[in-house]
Design a protein around this ligand. Sequence first.
Ligand code: B3K
Ligand code: ZN
Length: 864
Amino acid sequence: AAPVRLADYSPWPFALPAIHLAVDIRPGDVLVTSRLDLEPRGGAEALQLRGVDLEICSIKLNGDDVAGDDYSYRDQLLTIHSPPSKPFVLETCCRIDPYNNSSLEGLYVSGGLLSTQCEAEGFRRITFHPDRPDVLSRWTVRIEASRASCPVLLSNGNAISEEELTDGRHAVTWKDPFPKPSYLFALVAGELREIRDLYTTASGRAVTLRLHVEEGDEPYSTHAMESLKRSMAWDEQVYQLEYDLDEYNIVAVRHFNMGAMENKSLNIFNSKLVLADAETATDAELERIESVIAHEYFHNWSGNRITCRDWFQLSLKEGLTVFRDQSFTADLHSAAVKRIEDVAMLRNTQFREDAGPTAHPVKPAEYQAIDNFYTTTIYEKGAELIRMLHTLLGQERFMRGMATYVSRFDGTAATTEDFVQSIVDGAAQDGQPLGFDSERFKRWYHQAGTPELTVQRQWDAVKGELTLELRQSTPPTPGQTEKQPLVLPIAVALVGEKGRIGEEQLLVMDGDQASLTLQGDPGSAAPALSLLRRFSAPVNVQLEQSLQESLQLLAHDDDPFSRWDAGQRLARQVLLARASGEPDATVEAALIQALRQRLNAFDGGGGQDLAVLLALPGTAELEALQNPVDPPALYAARREWIAELGRQLADPLNQLLDVCRGEWPQAWPAGQGGRSLTGLAWSWLAAAGDAEARNQALEAVSGPSMTLARAALRALQPMEVDERDLALDRFYQRWQDKPVILDAWFALEASAPRTDGLQRVQALLEHPRFDPLAPNSLRAVLGGFTANVPVFHAIDGSGYRFMADQIAAVDRRNPITASRMAKVFSRWSSYGVDRQSAMRQAIDQLAAGELSSNTAEVVAMLRT
Ligand code: B3K
Ligand code: ZN
């Protein structure tokens, strides 16, 4: 099929101010009657509506049946050849079968519950509609069903009427006063238990908050509800944005392709992102739930009230909303830890994407299947672009820009250019110069790849001046060989033995080269350079830094990101040297000494900072520095280094365990530092062969904290010891009836490096508790398997072939999930010859079968 191109955008030739839907839910199918109020805009054109797998019962125009040769329905397109030139009403009635819809798009069944997923193009599986985000309408939705099987009937907006019908049936009608595109439509019908709360907005609107879960799950919903209230309050305080309806609903469903969906006033969530308490979820999961609840809530303004003109603008809502949810978490918890975690994630996922065959700009120029573009580039790199604007302008000017954006575009479908222009226009209201070239800044949206920032420096001891020469370049990416310089905000400072020297500077670089002189202390030795503080731009830095300099930054920099980054740099050196077979004893000794000091200085409280400082760099960022990439060597290096840390730091780690134990019972967010450090100590000590640590870990699996139980499993899982199998078994026995929790067990089992790893994964797929229709479970087993380095990357290619078979099987049921999984092969060309050809064969094997257009697009990108 021909790709969809940004350059081809043109507005839809009709307005669609109002939609009336009647959804009749019956035991074997669903009838959808839709009444579209259409107004031609401009010339006489055929009316084209999208529709997928719809069985037409009737089509009426202004009340009269449309004759068979006045319309056609082929290639997912309904065409009414000569519609009236005046406003008219088109009424269609279609039959759909949600009971056999395993794609989890459109209307589908999940565990007896009917629910929808319409973003991006799922609505066309429900009824005929233009199904594009720039067509906004006011919706009225009547849902009818049997009261016994569907006592709860939900849609967007407010419930305006309820009807009791004959034969045990009932109906509820919903009306949403805010114009919205079809991708924000939602419907849920089934048997659900409700948890209710109340929130009063700053201006005094009383909002009923309702969380809908399966029977028995009610006790696990408190955390989600509290998170929602915190999100509502934060958006009022920080962005002056209030909720705009009288009710807000969240539904938890087990079968869901992603995390959650921001449908207007009816968010639908993957149940793993709703149901949680300290006994059933880890601290990290609790924080993630809080942030996803916030993300979907924040979409009400950044996405729903102001939506996207077309799907090329996806980052308009996603990048901005990620930026907003990151800021929310930073404000509620530790800003430093949050920034570090976000950068680690960016480097390990987005930088990898940007360096591989599926690299694409934040604003792609074309696509085959839009579902393939819900990527870390659109989301996380998109958020980095907003963050750079914030850095360049400062909080006050940025917020004025946001207010301008909202007042200009509320109720409309906008573009990323509209956004950037609003931000700079709002910022410039103070009459001050902007400080950067906003047209150049917009290049960030169109250019793929991670810029490389190369820095050289010269220290003039007499004057005490450090002069920096900076260069930027962006490596070529598929389809984009020529790259332009970008606007880079670069925060820098000097750091001496007693901390920062002078003020931090913000260099705004917007050409290929720049230079900058920083004032240090005359007559002293060269100070350390604290570069790209807070990770002020999403770039890779090329700068030669001595061991001494890294140690100085690690010890004395006042920017926590930069301290962490210095430690990570040393850890990367250690791991890469070990993976190459030549350990670097000097760096190892120095790093261990620095870590020992940190551990000794720790006396409890705020341990999250220490925990992130001690965490080892991710595999993906190490692979980016290795050529050819050798995953088993990196994996072995990591295991050996952890064991070495456990041996050398045994005393301080045992003291750490004593200090942290007191924090174990504290309720999240308190105590999370202590629990993180405990997990780390168990993992290092257990790897060093410490039986006492193994015992402690084993006990925690039966204890009251899921955080500690899972940390224990992670510590034991890579090792061939009895405690590992005991621990996994106890965890299984305890949680076998809770699918959301059991998925963690599936993932741990699938990733345990055993000699019979492949057979075991096959057995997991046949396990009676495994649900092949639940993307969470598929990701647990198959994602776990691909994290099982020695087994997945077996040199005979057996792991790759197995994965290709599994992706093909998933693709027949659920293309969205399958095409995502196919990206696991994206690094094939970076491996050594044997592994490279084995992985390439697996990709070709996948390509040879019959694939959905989603997976075919990804596979084609991998092969070019
Ligand atoms: N907007 C949704 C993602 C929809 C994905 C469709 N394949 C969730 C979010 O970003 O909030
Ligand atoms: Zn989002």
